[in-house]
Design a protein around this ligand. Structure first.
Ligand code: FMN
Length: 339
């Protein structure tokens, strides 16, 4: 499992993908995951229509750097011509892959016919994929759910259409539109999809640890795993998964390393968004990054009143020092719960 995989001509190693996460997977977050060894990082979903109007916020979402490559840009929309135009633009701006969102179940997206709504409109899906494929010379992927019923028939149908339209890989999050994030992702459907199509399949949904990521690959035969929420709390999941895929034990990491990563993230998020927005965002992002650590509850409380980068860094360093000052027996982990 340590040889990576390919999407079209793009080689990806290791077999791990960062999930697109709206409001989260901006450049600093993607860079943090790349530094932890993630194979492929993805932008948050970007509106094709907003891109056409060159909205300032949307153009900012496309800022990228060479060190995070390969980079997938995810687009959402329902109009084949607008989507093809947006895809060509992001290709020109340096994306390595374009991903089309077939999974977003947020009402305001679904009611426009985009996201998971495309899964019940196969004719439109086909027109859209044909148009986008024609506009691109880089690989094209889609990310879908099971559709609107739990047996996944719509997913299998959309996958056949995608293969026929020249899509290069499919990410499958086997939950229905109605489920949103409730219940459990039905991993047996990933295996079934893998048996039905010859494209690479990226399995997604509820991966909670490196062991679980490897188990998904073993159990479903998927080519790679996509990780979202677990990475928000525990970026090390990418490094640990890479170790296991390489057939090596997970190497431990220290509190110093974890806080070094947090400090770098504070600096880069503030540099990227500016002090006001950066500080506001960090108040919630850091809450995730200390999940499971001793004393996280009181650290979170302190964060809620913070208004500057300087104060955040002071709190982060005080918290780190308090953890380092604790003398714990050798067999007690400062992560008091499994992150
Ligand atoms: C905060 C948040 C934002 C998300 N934004 C997107 C998005 O922009 N595009 C998308 O395809 N999926 C989005 N998703 C879904 C994730 O990419 C992923 O499919 C889902 O969280 C399941 O993976 P996980 O269990 O590893 O988190 C989002 C999920 C969350 C929690």
């Amino acid at each position: 499992m340590n040889d990576g995989f390919a999407i079209g001509h793009v080689r990806i190693h290791p077999r791990t993908v960062l999930a697109p996460l709206a409001g989260i997977t901006s450049l600093p977050f993607r860079q943090m995951m790349k530094d932890k060894g993630c194979g492929l990082v993805t932008t948050e979903m970007i509106s094709a229509r907003a891109l056409m109007y060159e909205s300032e916020k949307t153009v900012k979402m496309l800022e990228r750097t060479d060190s995070e490559r390969p980079l997938a840009v995810q687009l959402f929309g329902e109009d084949p011509a607008v989507m093809a135009d947006a895809a060509a633009r992001v290709q020109d701006m340096g994306a390595d892959l374009v991903d089309i969102n077939f999974g977003c179940s947020v009402r305001k997206v679904v009611k426009t016919g985009a996201g998971v709504a495309l899964m019940r409109d196969p004719q439109r899906a086909e027109q859209l994929l044909m148009a986008v494929r024609k506009a691109l010379h880089i690989p094209l992927t889609i990310k879908m759910r099971s559709g609107w019923e739990p047996a996944g028939h719509q997913a299998f149908h959309i996958a056949e259409i995608a293969e026929h339209c020249g899509v290069d890989a499919i990410t499958y999050h086997p939950r229905t539109a109605q489920q949103r994030f409730g219940g459990r992702a039905d991993r047996s459907l990933i295996r079934e999809l893998k048996n039905r199509i010859s494209l690479p399949v990226i399995g997604n949904g509820d991966i909670s640890s490196a062991e679980d990521a490897v188990a998904m690959i073993r159990e479903t035969g998927c080519d790679a795993v996509m990780i979202g929420r677990a990475a928000m709390a525990y970026p090390e999941i990418f490094r640990e998964t890479a170790c296991l895929l390489d057939g090596k034990p997970k190497t431990p990491f220290s509190i110093e390393e974890h806080f070094f990563m947090i400090e770098a993230f504070v600096e880069s998020l503030v540099a990227y968004h500016g002090e006001d927005i950066g500080t506001m965002l960090l108040r919630s992002r850091l809450c995730f990054l200390v999940k499971g650590l001793r004393g996280a509850v009181s650290f979170r409380k302190q964060l809620s009143n913070i208004t500057s980068k300087k104060e955040i860094l002071e709190q982060v360093r005080d918290y780190r020092d308090s953890l380092l000052a604790e003398t714990l027996p050798d067999d007690v982990n400062p992560w008091c719960t499994t992150p």
